[in-house]
Design a protein around this ligand. Structure first.
Ligand SMILES: [Zn+2]
Length: 210
């Protein structure tokens, strides 16, 4: 790409020069044997919420780089972490196939303009080699939902309540994939919308928890 000739390449996790994703950041993001772990956001969606790691350091930088800076090259390392997490949940018997990964709905209009919702791209890349696991973009946000930055958890819940719509019914049990679980408002609204439509939701998997 022409851009590479102008802008020096740097690691999307730590800024190290000359590499897009350095070995240290790759090691940090890699899903460990005991992960994902159960986390307890303030708002409980009523199904287990599992996280691949803390929203910090390389994990945080990679998520921000994909979401806000269009670093599509970092979809693959994030997807690798999700793939290992799903595989371990299947191995442990906490999830079973057939399984449908539903990406949490997004308001990232800037990211969408750049070629699609990042959580969906991460989900699709993650499940591609997994037998019996597929992705359905089942949820969308109605136009009224505001960006949640700066809102309290109660405000986030009000902001999202009733604004997550089911646009496609998944044909098998679901795990909801979210990028970052903070208050749990998005997970609650998403799980609620799916369950109200008769969909069986087995868990929420987050790439990170804040
Ligand atoms: Zn790095």
């Amino acid at each position: 790409m022409l851009l590479d000739l102008v802008l020096p390449v740097e690691c999307g996790g730590c800024g190290a020069p000359g590499v897009r994703w350095c070995p240290a950041c790759a090691a940090e993001l890699r899903t460990k044997a005991a992960d994902p772990r159960v986390v307890t956001p303030r708002l409980d969606p009523g199904v287990p919420v599992l996280s691949l790691g803390r929203y910090a350091a390389a994990r945080r930088q990679a998520i921000v780089a994909v979401k806000e800076h269009g670093r599509a090259d970092l979809v693959e390392p994030l997807a690798g972490a999700v793939r290992t997490g799903l595989t371990q949940l299947l191995t442990w018997g906490l999830l079973e196939t057939p399984l449908i990964v539903v990406p949490a709905p997004t308001r990232w209009t800037a990211a969408r303009r750049r070629g699609g919702d990042p959580v969906t791209r991460v989900a699709e890349t993650a499940v591609a080699p997994l037998a019996g696991v597929t992705v359905t973009r089942a949820l969308r946000l109605t136009g009224l939902a505001r960006d949640s930055v700066g809102l309290s958890s109660a405000d986030r819940q009000r902001n999202l309540a009733g604004r997550v719509r089911v646009r496609a019914l998944p044909a098998a049990p679901v795990v909801l994939l979210d990028d970052v679980v903070t208050t749990g408002a998005t997970a609650c609204a998403s799980v609620d919308a799916l369950q109200t439509s008769g969909v069986s939701v087995h868990a929420v998997l987050a790439i990170a928890n804040a």
